[in-house]
Design a protein around this ligand. Structure first.
Ligand code: NAP
Length: 307
C-alpha cells in the first residue's frame, strides 16, 4: 500500500521529503517509479489525461493546491474520490496579494510613484475606503478569507456565489441576477472562482460591459476563465480602468506575449498563493490514515459541480 506524488512543475524531492516525514511507515513514490498495484492515494498537479488508469487500486486523488480542474481534466475513473489541500497559509497569501493590489488601486499609489520619478510634489485628495466597493466573485475558502481581510481597511465588500449566502459585513449576491448586481455596484472586481464548465471564459467582453466604467479587475482564479483579447479591448476603450492578471489561458506566458507591455495591465506569474508542502503533507497524511482505516475522507469535491 503506497502513496504517489505526481507533478510536472513542483519541487519533487522537497514534496517527497515532506510526505515521507509525515508518513514514515508508508512508501511514497514519484510518478515514474511507482509500483502501479500498490498505489491507493495520489497527490498530483496537472497529470496528463488518462494518467490514473494505470493504478488499478487507486481510491483517491488530492490536488496539491486549491483548484481541482487539472485533476478532473485527467479523467480519473468515476469511483475515484477527488479532493484538495486546504492550507490556511494559502488563504493568507491570497488575501495579501489581493489586498495589496486593492489598496494600491484605491489609493492610486502608482500615480505617487510616477510623481517621484517626475519630481512632482502634489497631494491628491484622499479617497474614502467606504466609497470603494470591492466585489469578490467566489465566496469559497479563499474568497471568504479575502472578504474578512478587506473589511478592517474600511472597504465596502460584496461577494458572489452559486448558492445564497449570508456573511456578516458582506453584501452577498448569487445567481445570474446577483452577477449583474455585483458587477454594476463595485469599482473593483476580484475573480476567485474555480474553473468549471460554468466559469470557463466568464471574464469576457459581455461581463466587462456590465462592470462600472473605469472599474478595476483583479484576476486570480484560473487562466481558462479570462478572454485576454476582450480584456485588452476593454482596457484600451477605458471600460476597464486597470487590471491585474495572475493566471493566463497559456502558462507560462511567453516572453513574446504583448500582454507584458500592455498599459494599465499588471502581469504576475501565477504567484498569488501557493500551497506549503509541509502543511499539504500533513493533511495528506491525515487523509491517508482515514482512507486506510475506512473513515470518511475530508476536503473532497463534488465531481458533479466540478469544485
Ligand atoms: N492564482 C493563484 O495563485 C491561486 C491560488 C489558489 C487558488 N486559486 C484559484 O482560486 C479558486 C477558488 O478557490 P477556493 O478554495 O476559494 O474555492 P472553493 O472553496 O471551492 O469556492 C468556490 C466559490 O466559487 C463559487 N462558485 C463556483 N461556481 C460558481 C458559479 N458558476 N457561479 C457563481 N459562483 C460560483 C462557489 O459558490 P458556492 O459557495 O455557492 O458553492 C464558492 O463560493 C481555485 O479553484 C483556484 O482556481 C488561484
Amino acid at each position: 500500500v503506497a502513496v504517489l506524488f505526481y507533478s510536472p512543475t513542483h519541487n519533487i524531492p522537497l514534496w517527497l521529503r515532506m510526505l515521507r516525514s509525515e508518513l514514515p511507515d508508508v512508501p511514497v513514490y514519484a510518478g515514474s517509479e511507482a509500483p502501479t498495484d500498490a498505489i491507493r492515494l495520489a497527490v498530483a498537479w496537472a497529470p496528463p489525461k488518462g494518467y490514473f488508469d494505470r493504478f488499478p487500486n487507486l481510491q483517491a486523488v488530492y490536488s496539491t493546491g486549491a483548484g481541482v480542474e487539472h485533476i478532473l481534466a485527467a479523467e480519473p475513473g468515476p469511483n475515484i474520490l477527488v479532493g484538495r489541500v486546504i492550507d490556511p497559509g494559502m488563504a493568507e497569501a491570497m488575501s495579501q496579494f489581493c489586498t495589496y493590489h486593492a489598496i494600491r488601486i484605491h489609493r492610486d499609489f502608482d500615480r505617487i510613484a510616477r510623481q517621484q520619478r517626475e519630481r512632482v510634489w502634489h497631494v491628491p485628495v484622499q479617497p474614502r475606503a467606504a466609497d470603494t466597493r470591492i466585489g469578490i466573485l467566489g465566496l469559497g475558502m479563499l474568497g471568504r478569507h479575502l472578504a474578512g481581510a478587506l473589511r478592517p481597511f474600511g472597504f465596502s465588500v460584496s461577494g458572489w456565489s452559486r448558492s445564497p449566502k449570508s456573511i456578516d459585513g458582506v453584501r452577498c449576491h448569487w445567481g445570474e441576477d446577483g452577477l449583474r448586481e455585483i458587477l454594476g455596484s463595485c469599482s473593483q472586481i476580484v475573480c476567485l472562482l474555480p474553473l468549471t464548465e460554468q466559469t470557463r471564459n466568464i471574464l469576457n467582453a459581455g461581463l466587462f460591459a456590465r462592470m462600472q466604467r473605469g472599474a478595476a479587475l483583479i484576476h486570480v482564479g484560473r487562466g481558462g476563465q479570462i478572454v485576454m483579447e476582450d480584456l485588452v479591448a476593454a482596457l484600451r476603450s477605458g471600460q476597464i480602468g486597470q487590471a491585474v492578471v495572475d493566471v493566463f489561458p497559456g502558462e507560462p506566458l511567453p516572453a513574446s506575449s504583448p500582454y507584458w507591455d500592455e498599459p494599465h495591465l499588471v502581469v504576475t506569474p501565477h504567484v498569488a498563493s501557493q500551497p506549503d508542502p509541509l502543511t499539504a503533507a500533513h493533511q495528506i497524511a491525515a487523509e491517508y490514515r482515514r482512507l486506510i482505516s475506512g473513515d470518511e475522507m475530508t476536503n473532497l469535491i463534488d465531481r458533479q459541480s466540478g469544485y
